[in-house]
Design a protein around this ligand. Sequence first.
Ligand SMILES: *[C@@H]1O[C@H](CO)[C@@H](O)[C@H](O)[C@H]1NC(C)=O
Ligand SMILES: *[C@@H]1O[C@H](CO)[C@@H](O)[C@H](O)[C@H]1NC(C)=O
Ligand SMILES: *[C@@H]1O[C@H](CO)[C@@H](O)[C@H](O)[C@H]1NC(C)=O
Length: 773
Amino acid sequence: MTPARIKSCTFQAFLASLVLIGPIILAQKVPNCASTLGCFSFPAITSCPSPDEFWSPTAVLGGCCPGCVRGLALGTPCSTSATTETTTDAAETPSTCAPGLVCGVGSVCRLNTGDCLSTHHVPDSIQWVPQCDSRGRYAPKQCRGDQINGRCFCYSAEGKRIFGWSWRNRAQRMTCACSRRRADLEAEGRFDVTLHCTPDGNYEQLQCDQGVCWCADSETGTQTAGTRAVPEELWSLLPCYNETLHGVQYLRRCESVAFSQILQRKQFIIRGHRDVTFTDTLCEYDGSHGRYIIEGQEAACTWHDGTKLNPYKTSLRTLSAMNCNCARDEKLFMLAGREMALACEGNGNYVPLQSRNGELFCVDPDGYVVAENVPEQTSFGKKLPPESPPNTMGHCFTFPREPLILYCCCFIITATTAVDPPTCDSSYGCISSIRQEDCAKGEILISSGSLNGCCPGCRGGRTYLAVCNLNIPDRLCAPGLKCVGRKCIYDRSTCLHTMHLDKDLVGWIPKCNLDGTYAAKQCRGDRLSGRCFCYSEDGKRIFGWDWYRNTERMTCACSRRRDKLEKEGRFDVTLHCTQNGNYEELQCDSGLCWCADELTGSVQLGTTVVHESLWELLPCYNSTLHGESYLRQCESAAQAQKLILKKFYARGTVGVTFNEIPCDYDGAYGRYKVENGVVYCTWRDGKKIGSFQIRSSMLSSVNCYCARDTIIYREAGIPFTLACGGNGNYEYSQDQNGQLFCVDSDGFVVTTEVAPNESCDKFIYNSAFYDED
Ligand SMILES: *[C@@H]1O[C@H](CO)[C@@H](O)[C@H](O)[C@H]1NC(C)=O
Ligand SMILES: *[C@@H]1O[C@H](CO)[C@@H](O)[C@H](O)[C@H]1NC(C)=O
Ligand SMILES: *[C@@H]1O[C@H](CO)[C@@H](O)[C@H](O)[C@H]1NC(C)=O
């Protein structure tokens, strides 16, 4: 046997696959390997001569050939800032972690499970580790167990189990080439791959992708000899086309559903509906149904036909940990007439620590034993309470969670990719019940106050009117203030400025969110006759109110949504809000209709989004209530006017002015209308209220809240005693039988301690008095 020849063969295969994968990805790793280069020294993986040397596919000849490199072993202290220069002096100690390891938490070398070479460092007590290919990547086919019950699975290059499996005794021709290809393409960001794999991860005979169809070799996916690729509309002319088998459509049922969902979602996102959630349909690489289905806030394990595998499910927050391997195997073994004597967790995963006849053993996520005769006691010397369920972590440590493998009695390579550094919105949980009251005097609770701006915390700074300097860290203004002319003044772009107002003077201060936006629901007065109103993020009152006592379920989510969409420039939003700013049950917008959750507006469980022409088929459609047209009277009139306007513009008539018809978010007429240069306050039916009016040049100052409240209070049977201004707004200064007091624009009293010649402005948080710019 001539080792050198074997080596160069392997090396050529290595280069060939490099070309396939694309030179960009591996270019940094393998610089300038001329194809004529032969790799003459090729030690077998186990045969590195010295204990601090480890096999690497890119060890020698500029990273072109495999060999042994020196590196720090698992568990050895390391330094992340160490020089990367590799030394050839055998006497010197290596400075970086060995291939497959990474200098991790606590500055010791830890397993990098995304790298298959990490398996070379796993202690012998672990009964199975994945196989690597000649380039040190995870091999596509990984086999487990014996010839009878053993199985082979397909793996991605990063060691994640992907679609495709077979019983071990039938896996001779299994290559996983199709599964690997799809996984690679999807990892590159292609979400419309339509390659079809067989259940064992090989290629189906007939393939279509990106508008082209061809007859494929099942092990490699290349065109079978003597056939040609054709445009997809000619697919039935291919020799591998079989009418009984393939029918009239290439996409399988699950795929059709998934694709139409993607299209629908795109349309929604284009129109600005970012928060509307859809039920995601996941499909496997053979076009069958994915391993779970998402319904509301839960995900349930499913079989290939989409039926649920009861009772296995989990909440969306823990979805990433769910693999449903055990749930699916249970059914698989049952259908195959075999016995599966292992226990599943509630989420359909295998219980890592299993027990049989009183003996404890560990299984990996695929259900194969990795350690037997596990002692009852945990390796950390703590004994579990005897009743504790066997699946509590503590006996079987999975690698990413508990890297202190030197102490573990039992150890599983879960080949998930290495855990990313935590980012604010993913893995960090801000475990904190901190309140403003917990902050020191002068400090303000904000959403980004601690942990690198990821979690809420108290922030202080210079107080109102104190001297400040933007360039000196301890001379910055407190949150809610800004430094202008070396003085801290109110920053009215954030709600937090109200925390600095003199609370003895200002009669009412709105609620803020920790991020500086205004709370959506702002309540005034007492629980008996008080009212709550909807506010925009930037502190403007928007559509939606209710009596305080009725507001437990009031979210203002619909009003907020519409306000936001309109600010983004969409003037054709047709979401319908209820009087209190929540969502009406039936919603249509951007050509689609759906049954909405009242509080969030998301699609109701078990219902779908339909094209607007089909809205009467929705379960929430009620002919008495909704009639023939989704748009209300005001909305239809407003739309008609916009169309006319468009026509005028199209003909070049620019100077014509039209009276805009403002509608409320519930489809009723807005608070005012403009006619012949005059603004009139109007009720919901479009009729004028009293004689409130003002020149249209003053339009921006008109809110008609007082005018409308005269009717609201009358309908509620409550006497209305406040004075309105001629424009329909509340007068700030009120006088009842000589008793002087101030109200704000919502008509709520802010002070009764006002002198006859005094202005009310300083008692009102958003008045001109506090506008310092
Ligand atoms: C077409 O597919 C059906 C169903 O799998 C099979 O029974 C039949 O033999 C196939 N016909 C040809 C010509 O291969
Ligand atoms: C339809 O709406 C009307 C009017 O609100 C109501 O009385 C009726 O109960 C509704 N019908 C159904 C089936 O919900
Ligand atoms: C209001 O009037 C009182 C006397 O009537 C006077 O002393 C005071 O300065 C006046 N205040 C203002 C703000 O004009």
